[in-house]
Design a protein around this ligand. Structure first.
Ligand code: ADP
Length: 154
């Protein structure tokens, strides 16, 4: 007798830091999957404003009450990580055509090479200007970014 495999998605990113734009995508995607793994891609060559531990703590605090969200970190290719954790899907958010152009070839390569499909959700309009890099710019200059991030970051 065959059983239906769990529908598991990986939401990969740097989350430096997590923003309300990310939260919007994750919350809206939850009904589609049995489990969403928010996975911080570790790239030693990349400079970050918040440490890996801090970024992980922000995510854990933000989603503490949601049992079908897991937080993890990984190195290497996202598609390899998906295979390791048994995820059939990569979840990504799109803000604009630039995001789409960037994501298109990566998604097609992941599908062709690894058989991992990407699922895209358009961000809610009120978050289309929100990015981790905007938050970092505001933080670097001592501004108030509390309206752009979940409480766990504040
Ligand atoms: P990366 O380092 O891969 O750009 P990010 O942490 O910036 O990772 O983003 C992870 C995912 O969240 C990406 O799919 C990105 O397009 C999406 N995302 C970022 N900001 C927003 C937003 N404001 N609305 C919707 N999706 C977003």
């Amino acid at each position: 007798m065959s059983t239906t495999p769990s529908r598991r998605a990986v939401f990969p990113g740097s989350f430096d830091p997590i923003t309300l734009g990310h939260v919007d995508i994750i919350q809206r995607a939850l009904p589609m999957f049995d489990e969403v793994i928010i996975a911080i891609g570790v790239n030693a060559a990349k400079k970050h404003m918040w440490s890996l531990e801090e970024r992980k703590t922000f995510l854990e605090k933000t989603f503490a009450d949601i049992t079908n969200i897991k937080i993890d970190t990984y190195e290497g290719l996202t598609a390899d990580y998906c295979k390791k954790v048994g995820a059939q899907f990569i979840l990504r958010g799109l803000r604009n055509p630039t995001d789409f152009t960037y994501e298109q070839t990566i998604a097609q390569a992941n599908q062709k090479v690894n058989g991992v499909d990407s699922i895209f959700l358009l961000c809610s309009p009120e978050y289309s200007f929100v990015s981790s890099s905007i938050v970092r710019d505001i933080a670097r200059n001592g501004g108030d970014y509390s309206n752009l991030v979940p409480d766990g970051v504040n």
